[in-house]
Design a binder for this molecule. Structure first.
Ligand code: AHG
Ligand code: MN
Ligand code: MN
Length: 339
């Protein structure tokens, strides 16, 4: 058997090599990975662990919270608050930012997370995940919500863990994308793929088709052309997948290519999209870019968007590069026509 490389060894090598990640960042990533192991164990227990169903509360964005949303949030906070590597955290499930309590040392990093992504899949035993993004705290004393409002291009680490048939941690520190599979017997994440690359072309798209009548013209055009298959302008047949867990859809794209879209639509015209910029679109966008793909809102690179609030939503189009560029071109053409 070839030599197994653990997450710890990989990170120490990253610390020494090109990426030169600081030891505090390595510690942070290891702590998040440890929290993900603990969440994976709760997820696996399912009904036996009394973790299914709703918690009977709503989060700051008015979404009904599942028990696992809250459990995963608490696991991530408890794991991360005492290590000295963080100044503050922000999560989909908490209002405002969470400052590291005074009794612990303060670090220089900011951690953002979607503790449990794909919550509607928890009770039906379909893949779900955790998404995280790490930023550096700007210089100066204290920490405020404003410090979090940095464009995705400023991230220093991003990753997700998918709780599926296997538990897989996917990570970037700006030096490509690596995947680690959780070895339950050993209790550790083992490197199973390095230099992940997303093919530039694809014949697979992911979108919630039930919203079709609400889409904007460029998205309608793109999907219509995919559906037209070999007889249409694309001259090839497309396949469709929609897992309703962004982590699981993105994981498929990293594995075999494809395009994921959750665009703005007319259901709530004032809302820029469904997915959240800071702890869904930015980390996933950076991972996809690091694997040779692209991520945009149709008009602009996701990572260039300057956030104006923590819970900001955004239109998301990401995956195989040539397809994302095609959809960007359809948006540009449509804007040109309207002029
Ligand atoms: P969350 O469970 O964190 O609220 O995120 C769910 C997101 C995303 O994972 C998924 O792609 C999308 O919502 C599914 O939305 P629909 O149910 O509208 O298809
Ligand atoms: Mn989510
Ligand atoms: Mn969530």
């Amino acid at each position: 058997m070839s030599k197994r490389i653990s997450l710890t060894q990989y990170l120490i090598e990253q610390q020494r090599g090109e990426a030169q990640i600081p030891s505090q960042l390595r510690l942070l990533i290891e702590v998040v990975a440890r929290a993900c192991k603990s969440i994976a164990i709760s997820v696996n227990k399912g009904a036996l662990g009394e973790v299914l169903g709703t918690a009977g509360s709503e989060n700051v964005q008015g979404e009904v919270q599942k028990k696992l949303d809250i459990i995963a949030n608490e696991v991530l906070i408890e794991a991360n608050e005492w290590g000295g590597h963080l100044a503050a955290m922000a999560s989909e499930e908490m209002e405002g930012i969470y400052l590291v309590p005074n009794r612990y040392p303060q670090g220089e990093y900011l951690l953002l997370f979607d503790p449990l992504d794909g919550s509607s899949n928890i009770d039906v035993n379909v893949s779900i995940g955790t998404i995280f993004s790490v930023l550096k705290k700007p210089e100066g004393s204290g920490v405020s919500e404003q410090d979090f409002l940095q464009a995705g291009a400023k991230q220093v680490a991003a990753g997700y863990c998918v709780y599926g048939p296997q538990t897989t941690l996917v990570l970037t520190v700006g030096d490509g994308v690596a995947m680690f599979t959780f070895d339950r017997e050993q209790g550790s994440f083992v490197l199973t793929q390095e230099n992940v690359r997303i093919p530039e072309d694809t014949k697979e798209f992911a979108i919630n088709m039930s919203n079709m009548r609400h889409w904007d013209a460029p998205i309608k055009r793109y999907v219509d052309e995919c559906l037209a298959g070999t007889t249409g302008p694309r001259g090839k047949d497309f396949n469709m997948r929609w897992i309703a867990s962004m982590v699981a859809d993105v994981h498929r794209i990293l594995t075999r290519g494809g395009i994921f879209m959750y665009p703005w639509d007319q259901r709530e015209p004032g809302k820029p999209g469904k997915l959240r910029l800071m702890y869904e679109a930015n980390p996933m966008g950076w991972i996809v870019e690091q694997a040779g793909g692209a991520a945009s809102n149709g008009h602009q690179r996701i990572l260039d968007i300057q956030p104006s609030q923590l819970y900001e939503r955004v239109s998301v189009i990401l995956g195989s590069k040539n397809e994302v560029e095609r959809i960007n071109a359809y948006h540009a053409a449509s804007a040109q026509q309207q002029r």
